[in-house]
Design a protein around this ligand. Structure first.
Ligand SMILES: [Zn+2]
Length: 64
């Protein structure tokens, strides 16, 4: 079984020069995802911090 990795962007066989992508274009697409923050979900960070502010004093109850 030949171990040919596939391009994570388009699924075509990857090329040695642009591993793990099949072309510079697909490598650029992946890079752009990082630059535009497609891999980051900042909204998730807001949720827990909001809940903390909604329940003031709950921490003090635990300590006392
Ligand atoms: Zn590709």
């Amino acid at each position: 079984m030949p171990e040919t990795k596939k391009c994570p962007i388009c699924g075509r066989p990857s090329v040695e020069e642009f591993k793990p992508f099949c072309s510079k274009r697909c490598a650029d697409v992946d890079l752009n995802r990082w630059l535009t923050g497609a891999y980051v979900i900042p909204a998730r960070d807001d949720e827990p911090s909001d809940s903390n502010e909604l329940i003031p004093g709950s921490d003090e109850d635990d300590n006392t």
